[in-house]
Each structure stands twice: as structure tokens, then as C-alpha cells.
Write a protein that binds this ligand. Structure first.
Ligand code: DUC
Ligand code: ZN
Ligand code: ZN
Length: 466
């Protein structure tokens, strides 16, 4: 079936243009100057709207086991919420737990996702233990499973943590097989010392989660990861959820030297703070316990991160969507902040939250689309199938209404959470219509998709390998 999207302004990496978009079946057939397209029975009027590629969220954790519980969104609820918010592809993290066979962890993740996703999805693999077997598994995952990126943790000793020797071995393997190493860059053993000391002093409130994870320990780990990647013959390195100015300085210095180093940040670090959210009275701040943590509003983190997005020292905005309900989940940490499950849920709101950056003149329209769609697709081997409006690409398209308004609340969101990290926020812009592989799944804000329509995507290597 053919559909013509007429009268809209198509936004791509090179800017904005009035163009009509012809869709044939699941893919984009052609772009036309306004009025030059052939006559088609089904048209969608996009007058006054931006026509952007469906957004790609390269960092989600549906159903992640963490802190004695599980992230509260399933692949069903989480991908439905993503779709409603204009995200048409996620890359979730399959998990190899310590002592588990990598392929078994991957099979378990397929078991959670298969038949349940509303949008297309792919996986990175978390390596919970680097040894001879998991190194061999990396080759197989790259060659046959469409998984070309592996996350390692410098934090969480005893859970996901890898020591420097393990990290180096995984980086050497990635340098050989073309994969990307994604790094959770925080010095976990040092953080654990600070956490123990804080608890001994009776400091148990959520704000101490942030105070025991100072930016120096993010910057130190970021720098160490960069040097280890250098020793591994410039293995491609991607720093996840970068939150702090001093960590950004490390990435910028490496990139200025032409190093194969990339980083993402997340909406929470662009807008929320240690004092205003994590430091909310009583136990309320638990809603904003995530790692890396929210940073101080009295320092320059947020301004620096916006600037990093403009200069491409930060290439991508992902959510690190890892939702936990307040009741019974966040509450596990009542009286001990170190037992609060780490994570914030935002998969539904990233497109809107970053559009607010355009309204606030912190990002150009082109950079908005690049950081939420085009670059994540290129970074993780999904381009040009995803991330761009071009002939041959999947017809994943969002009609975005710049004159609309979005009000965020637990009363109206679709994520499986009993609170919102963004409660009461009213922002400019609104997702109006969403097409996923040529099917209209959101029209005028109303959802009409279904679980099981999303397909698993085998990814290629990153476009950005040196
Ligand atoms: N950070 C979080 O906030 N949640 C899950 C894992 C992580 O690294
Ligand atoms: Zn992480
Ligand atoms: Zn994460």
C-alpha cells in the first residue's frame, strides 16, 4: 500500500526542507518537491508539522534484574510507551550474568522480547564476566547474532563489574572483530568505600547516592577507559550516560586527538539536578536515584552537556530507560540509599524533552534529529535502514507538531511506573503521528499499534569505526 505524507517540513542531518514523502509498503519510496508527487489515494496532511525519522533509543533496560527486583516495564509496556513518544526503534541490553554462558543470557533476552514488542528492536550485550568463553562468544555474536556492541561496567563490584585486565581483554577482542565497547564509567570500588563511610555516619537519604558518586570518580573511570582503549590499539569506545563536566573534558580531549571515542548523555542530566530532584524532602528523592547520578546545579554540568551536544563531543542522547515503581521497588532503599534500585524511566519523553532544547535555542533542528535518531542508528549499525528519511529506508516517520504542547504526568504516561520523574512538566511540541515500517501506529496522539509487530533487527558494525 502507498501513502503520501504531504505538506510537511522534512528534517534531516543537513537541515529542513519542504518535501512530500512517498511510502510504498514498509519503506520510503521517494521524496518530492511540494506538489510534484504522483496522485496517491491515501495521503496524510503534514502541513505545519516537522517530518522526522522515527527516533532510535540506543539505551534501554526493559525487565532488567537489578537490586533484588526487575525494571518495571516489560518489552510490551515499554515499547508501546516508546512508540507513543515517537521512538520507533530501541536497542536494549541483553544480560550475561556472572557465571552464565553468554549465549544463554542472549536467549533469555530474546525470550522476553519475542512477540511482545510494538516497535523494532535490537540488542547490545552486557558482559557480566570476561573470560575465555565470553571472549569467544563476542566473535559469534558479532558474526551471526547481529550484536556488535558490548557493555562493560567499571562500577557495581560483585554484580556487573569488570576489572581493568578483563576490560583490556574485551577491548582487544573488539578491536579484532569490529565491535564497539560501551562503558559504564564510574570507579565502583572507590564508590563502595564512600557509600560504606556515609552509611556509618548515618547518612541514609537518597541524596547521599549522588554525594557518594562524585564527578571525579566518573572522570577518573572515563579517562582510564580511554587509556585502556588506546592500549587496545584504539578500540572503539562509547561512554554511556555521561553526566559530568569533568568526564566530558576527558572525552573531548580524546576526540581532539582524533581518538575513536564517543559518548552519550541522557535527558535527566540535561535538565534535573542533585539538589532539586535527588535532594527532594524525605524519601522522595529515590525517584531520581540513577547511576551515573544527577549532578549539582551549582556547577556547570547542564550547560556543558548541551554544549557537548552542539559540538558533537556528545554524539547521542539515549534515555537509559530503567524504570522502577516507587511502591515496593524504590522503597527497598528506605533507610539505606544504597539499596534503592538505580534507574529513571523516560523512554516515552526523549523526543519531546530534546525538542525543548530546540525551543530554548540550545540545539538546532538538525542536531535534534541527529542526536535522537540519525547518529544512534549510525553508531550502532542500523543505518540507513533506520534514522533517516530517504528512499530505501524503513518508513519509520514521526509527524511532530511544533505548535503542540506536551504535559507529562503519571496520570497520562504509558510507561509501567507509578510516578514520573518529569511530573507536571509542560513543554513545547507534541508527537502527532507515528508510522512504523509504513503502518500508522499513532494518529493525533491515539495509539493503534499492537504487541508483536516489532521485529528483531540484526545490526551491522558501527559506521564510525576508524
Ligand atoms: N544505571 C542505572 O541507573 N540503572 C541501571 C544500570 C545503570 O548503569
Ligand atoms: Zn550503566
Ligand atoms: Zn543503562
Amino acid at each position: 500500500m502507498s501513502i503520501l505524507i504531504k505538506g510537511g517540513t522534512v528534517i534531516g542531518p543537513t537541515g529542513a526542507a519542504l518535501q512530500d514523502v512517498l511510502i510504498d509498503g514498509e519503506t520510503i519510496a521517494a521524496l518530492y518537491q511540494p506538489g510534484k508527487a504522483p496522485q496517491i489515494d491515501q495521503t496524510i496532511d503534514a502541513t505545519g508539522k516537522y517530518v522526522i525519522p522515527g527516533a532510535v533509543d540506543a539505551h534501554t533496560h526493559m525487565e532488567l534484574p537489578f537490586g533484588g527486583t526487575h525494571a518495571s516495564d516489560t518489552f510490551d509496556t515499554g515499547t508501546r510507551a516508546a512508540a507513543i513518544g515517537g521512538t520507533t526503534t530501541i536497542v536494549d541490553f541483553a544480560v550475561q550474568r556472572y557465571g552464565e554462558v553468554v549465549q544463554d543470557g542472549l536467549a533469555a533476552w530474546h525470550g522476553k522480547a519475542d512477540g511482545n514488542c510494538h516497535i523494532d528492536y535490537a540488542f547490545h550485550m552486557i558482559l557480566g564476566g570476561v573470560d575465555d568463553d565470553s571472549l569467544k562468544a563476542m566473535d559469534q555474536l558479532v558474526a551471526t547474532e547481529g550484536i556488535s556492541s558490548f557493555k562493560l561496567f567499571m562500577a557495581y563490584p560483585g554484580v556487573f563489574y569488570s576489572d581493568d585486565g578483563q576490560i583490556l581483554r574485551a577491548m582487544q577482542k573488539a578491536r579484532d572483530n569490529g565491535a564497539m565497547i560501551m562503558m559504564h564509567a564510574e570507579n565502583g570500588p572507590a564508590i563502595d568505600v564512600l557509600v560504606k563511610q556515609a552509611l556509618e555516619r548515618g547518612e541514609t537519604d537518597p541524596i547521599h547516592h549522588g554525594l557518594t558518586r562524585p564527578q571525579e570518580l566518573e572522570a577518573e573511570a572515563t579517562s582510564r577507559a580511554i587509556w585502556l582503549a588506546s592500549v587496545a590499539a584504539d578500540c572503539p569506545l562509547y561512554i554511556v550516560h555521561l553526566s559530568a563536566s569533568k568526564a566530558l573534558e576527558q572525552v573531548k580531549a580524546a576526540r581532539d586527538l582524533g581518538r575513536n571515542v564517543f559518548a552519550e548523555t541522557c535527558p535527566q542530566y540535561l535538565y534535573l539536578t542533585l539538589e532539586d530532584q535527588l535532594g527532594a524532602p524525605g524519601f522522595e528523592g529515590a525517584k531520581w536515584v540513577c547511576s551515573t547520578p544527577l549532578r549539582s546545579k551549582h556547577e556547570t554540568h547542564r550547560a556543558d552537556l548541551w554544549q557537548g551536544l552542539r559540538t558533537n563531543d556528545l554524539s547521542v542522547v539515549s534515555t537509559d530507560h530503567c524504570p522502577f515503581c516507587f511502591k515496593d521497588q524504590k522503597e527497598l532503599g528506605l533507610g539505606d540509599f544504597s539499596k534503592i534500585p538505580n534507574g529513571i524511566g523516560s523512554v516515552e519523553h526523549r523526543v519531546d524533552l530534546l525538542y525543548q532544547g530546540v525551543v530554548d535555542k540550545k540545539l538546532s533542528l538538525a542536531r535534534w534529529v541527529e542526536t535522537i535518531a540519525t547518529t544512534p542508528a549510525r553508531m550502532f549499525g542500523l543505518y540507513p535502514r533506520k534514522g533517516i528519511i530517504a528512499p530505501g529506508s524503513d518508513a519509520d516517520i514521526v509527524l511532530y507538531d511544533p505548535n503542540g504542547r506536551t504535559r507529562i504526568s503519571v496520570e497520562t504516561h504509558h510507561m509501567n511506573m507509578d510516578h514520573s520523574a518529569w511530573e507536571g512538566w509542560e513543554i513545547d511540541g507534541r508527537v502527532d503521528t507515528v508510522l512504523a515500517r509504513g503502518e500508522v501506529i499513532v494518529a493525533n496522539g491515539e495509539y493503534s499499534g499492537r504487541a508483536g509487530r516489532g521485529k528483531y533487527l540484526k545490526r551491522g558494525l558501527s559506521d564510525y569505526l576508524l
